[in-house]
Design a protein. Sequence first.
Length: 370
Amino acid sequence: MTRSTRTFADAATTGIVTLDGVEFSSPNRRSLLLGLAAVGAFLVTDIGLIAYASSGGDLTRQRFLDGFRNVFGVHPGFRKNHAKGVSLVGYFTSNGNATTLSRAAVFAPGQTPVLGRFSLAGGNPSVADTPGAARGLGLVFGLPGTDQWRTAMLNLPVFLDNSPQGFYDRLLAAKVDDATGKPDPKAMADFLQQHPETEAAMALIKKTSPTTGFADSTFSGLHTFHAVGRGGERTPIRWSLVPHQSAIAAQTGSPNGLFDAVIRQLKNGPLHWMLRLTVGEPDDPIDPTLPWPSGRRTVDAGILTVTEARTDAAGNARDVNFDPLVLPDGLEPSNDPLLSARSAVYAGSYRERTTEPQSTPPVRVEDVNP
């Protein structure tokens, strides 16, 4: 890695691309040229085109989107979920260890540029940060037009639901009553009675205290995927990002305390996470509310380095759809039904927000002093 003033245009002839001053050599010039042709559409491509409906045919993508509006209100230009966030720039340095599991180019030794976004769960972009709020990290590995990998992760040990219907029912049951400022306890009790898998997942999550901030959070994909080797062999895996640093504490009373803290930390130097693949056995559950046994083998695949935070804006990760089914050759989805549902709803959310007026983001990097 070296510093340079080369641009994407230079890459067509040199085989080197520069992202924010960092050079990355391209192992596949044809892929790079395809990427250059697609660069204008990179951040705004709606890839999640999978139509989704429940077995009953009535739990459509539009019903999900209407449900988010019902629960969180109407916020033009923002994501329907994980509305509050800040964009990131960085790169992934693979050590080559994961090539024993997957033929994906991202796991070959070397560096891959990354765009990302820290976020909080929920559809209200103006919600105040709280220590217990679910934190998200969305990432896209790779250049436009290449064999990209996109993933949306949470700082939770398990997912709260194992079906699209369960997610939708929980969304509505957790709606805050304006009169009390809390969800209706009867609605939540009724939901949990019908969804014991979520009640068990909640109990497991409560055993894990939240960390100080984004910088020291472990982010996990939670769903099961399959790594595909060069010979076509398929291995179940789950992935997580394990932090290499502590986090500075959020300022008390600040509505953007968690975000301000990680922005301040990034202004003083890069942050690092180890990408860890957990290798499953054939009888390990696909159900994302269930953890795999703690003794499963792990493979440390390389280091994610986040170099900079940026205010959500055109041209950065604000406009990336972190579709979990955008996978490179060498990674495949499992039959977890939540994957196709998330892909479809993300696509619908993307299409809606990109046709709406763009509102001022509540988290502004330029307002945070180092």
